[in-house]
Design a protein around this ligand. Structure first.
Ligand SMILES: *Cc1c(COP(=O)(O)O)cnc(C)c1O
Length: 395
């Protein structure tokens, strides 16, 4: 890999070989013609949507899904031509541009579907939509008992093409029995529609967890997010097979090193006061990068392959870590590499470990990393078997 000169002394590295590997691993679970949709909402779970989508196109995913029309338009503006499904609610007023850009929308009520159809008709186009059915998540979707009537009304709308129908599992990562119950409900809706000659061509239900553990639920398409990025749907109940590899590393460079005397305090509010002589390093990462300040912090980062604990309050753009014991072995200098997520030498700080420390899940840890942290694609060394090369990654 050519030396990376990041435009800021903190950045994300997106491992191309890991992402391509994870797509291969998912593809191997599917039986054609099940389509693989890559879920890239929330800036591709913080990984960088446009960059990730270009790699997903290269990896041969069939389709993309996002949460909002704005996210879909960003991809179209970047010349991503795959079919894109907006999973969330799109008000009629936003439909015109979506239809013009051939973005597929989710519908679940007659009124919104009518507004979308009217927008399509006004521009002389057909709007492609998927109908969402609520089978137990109770977030978005038409009631199972109302699906047939709604679909039959939608099929009367000339400017609407109902290409798909889907539902979403509440517990496919933690409670398989409830997920199976939801799936049975969905299948009975599909059967009823088929009998009425109304079943849309593409039915889908599985997220990453169900793609891994409920092969009978793959139907015509699966929607995978977290597994693409090499992160577990649930660390305890649905870990990824070991052939999947995390895609993201978060790195920084030490901005400054200083020595403290007993009584010297660090950062706003002087909450941390040195009790003995110590060495601290300032890291150019703060809460406005997605590095939380409250109620709990990251705890520590890696420097020279060892944990460096945070001291004092995390600021908007910077924070300070204790490197006393690390510096006792080898001086810590400005520019030294800091790892916030990922590997450094033999040490690893995973998104899941960070999630445990701050009291959330790995989805939340990575998707909260804000846009001002630059993202770069790096070529890792994940081989065809999903194994990391002997020399380690990025080294
Ligand atoms: C986010 C989302 C997914 C992807 O879930 P993962 O657990 O990341 O695979 C699939 N479907 C819907 C409706 C979603 O909102």
């Amino acid at each position: 890999m050519a030396a990376l000169v990041p435009e800021r002394p903190t950045w994300l590295e997106i491992d191309r070989s890991a992402l391509l590997n994870n797509v291969r691993q998912l593809r191997a679970l599917l039986t054609p013609p099940s389509l693989l949709t890559g879920v890239v909402k929330a800036n591709a779970y913080g990984h960088g949507a446009v960059m990730v989508c270009r790699l997903l196109v290269e990896a041969g995913v069939d389709r993309l899904a996002v949460a909002t029309v704005g996210e879909a338009l960003e991809l179209r503006a970047a010349d991503i031509h795959l079919p894109i499904l907006v999973l969330g609610y799109t008000p009629g007023a936003l439909a015109l541009e979506a239809v013009a850009q051939e973005i597929t929308l989710t519908v679940f009520d007659l009124e919104t579907a009518g507004a979308i159809a009217a927008a399509a008709q006004a521009s002389g186009k057909r709007a492609r939509v998927h109908l969402k059915v609520n089978t137990g998540m109770n977030r978005l979707g038409v009631a199972p008992g109302d699906a047939r009537a709604l679909l039959s009304a939608l099929s009367e709308m000339r400017s609407l093409e109902v290409e798909g129908i889907f539902t979403h599992f509440a517990t496919s990562d933690t409670d398989r029995a409830y997920a199976e119950e939801q799936f049975r409900c969905f299948v009975s809706v599909l059967d009823e529609l088929a009998a009425a000659g109304l079943r849309p061509a593409i039915a889908h239900a599985a997220n990453s967890a169900a793609t891994l553990t409920m092969p009978h639920a793959h139907l015509e398409m699966v929607r995978c997010g977290i597994a693409l990025y090499g992160l577990d749907p649930d660390e305890d109940d649905t870990p990824l097979p070991s052939t999947f590899v995390p895609v993201m590393s978060w790195k920084a460079q030490v901005a400054q090193v200083r020595h403290l005397q007993p009584g010297d305090a660090v950062s706003y509010g002087r909450e941390f006061v040195a009790q003995q002589p110590m060495t601290v390093a300032t890291i150019p990462v703060g809460y406005a990068d997605g590095f939380p300040r409250r109620p709990r912090t990251w705890g520590s980062v890696l420097i020279h392959g060892q944990p460096a604990p945070l001291v004092g309050r995390v600021c908007m753009d910077q924070c300070v870590v204790d490197v006393t014991s690390i510096a006792a072995q080898q001086p810590v200098r400005q520019g030294d590499e800091v790892v916030l997520i990922g590997r450094q030498g033999r040490a690893e700080l995973s998104a899941a470990e960070v999630a445990r420390r701050i009291g959330t899940n790995n989805y939340d840890v990575v998707s909260r990393i804000l846009a001002r942290v630059p993202r770069y694609v790096v070529e890792g060394c994940v081989g065809d078997e999903g194994k990391v090369g002997d020399e380690g990654r990025h080294e």
